[in-house]
Design a protein around this ligand. Sequence first.
Ligand code: MG
Length: 367
Amino acid sequence: MKIRRIFAHRVELPLTEGSYKWSGGKSVTVFDSTIIGVETECGITGYGEVCPLGPFYLPAYADGVRAGVRELAPHLLGWDPRALMQLNHRMDAALKGHPYVKSGIDIACWDILGQACGLPVCVLMGGRFGDSVRLYRAISQEAPEEMAKKVAAYRAQGYTRFQLKVGGDPDTDIARIHAVRAMLLPTDRLVADANTGWTQHEAVRVVRAVKDLDVYIEQPCLTYDECLAVRRMTDHPFVLDENVDGLEMLLRGRSDKAMDVVNLKISKLGGLTRTKQVRDLCVSMGIAMTLEDSWGGDITTAAIAHLAHSTPEEFRFTSTDFNSYVTVSTAHNAPQRVDGMMEASQRPGLGIQPKFEVLGPRVLDIH
Ligand code: MG
């Protein structure tokens, strides 16, 4: 089986809430997502998606996905998409770095592998653990009482895990965490995700001010060293996200006991192949994970569902259903949330079929 064509569609994903805001005044109203298709000579086509959280979250941006795929695709024509390690090796030889560019191609090749052998991606990634995957809801940064209201509304829809976007003014963030925790049940999980937004002294103030609350602290500061210093001054469960961009940082964090949970985003790590490698190591080392991506629609959500469903339940901290945050559906048979849970498709591959009438014309087509 050989790759004969790689193409892409650009799709805009407006938010159901109108906007999404997080640390440092960053916000997005319409996400710019790229759907990548990999077509084989035998007629099977696989799909992947890459949707950066704007150009100012990770070192990734939407036009960069398209420029990168344009650069990479000619090097992949004629290669076997099922040989995923070889394919990733080839991508790394042709383009240094830029893991997010490679992610959509890698996901599409997992989709092809699954279709070729008649198995869902989650089975190929290790098997289906449990009936479904528990989801968290990210709560856009607003005034404390607004965030508490939103948590109540999403709780009524079945979510039991919430990730507050903090990393703003520390005094307001302290009020945000108190307001939300006060209206949750003891069994609900709350994460305060600062997305690198606090300086070290601000982070230390916040963790002291919420000392008696049951709350996880996620990525308080920009650098790993700052986060580690904060970690050593708190007994809250601690999550690292932006700093863990590959195996090297995972192993460093493990060695320093810098975190209890890591946030693995498929495009941050460079696709499902690389994420599986990090995921499997986390399972071996006993580190729980948030399994997700930076953003996306139906195809990203399908990939997350397969990644999460193939991870032992005790190591799944949370995942998220990005397709329920946006107003546009880009694929048939994508996972749908039921009572705060979702499941990976039982169909071969990712189990989705793109809605071409929504995707519009191809913005690149290399063959
Ligand atoms: Mg995070």
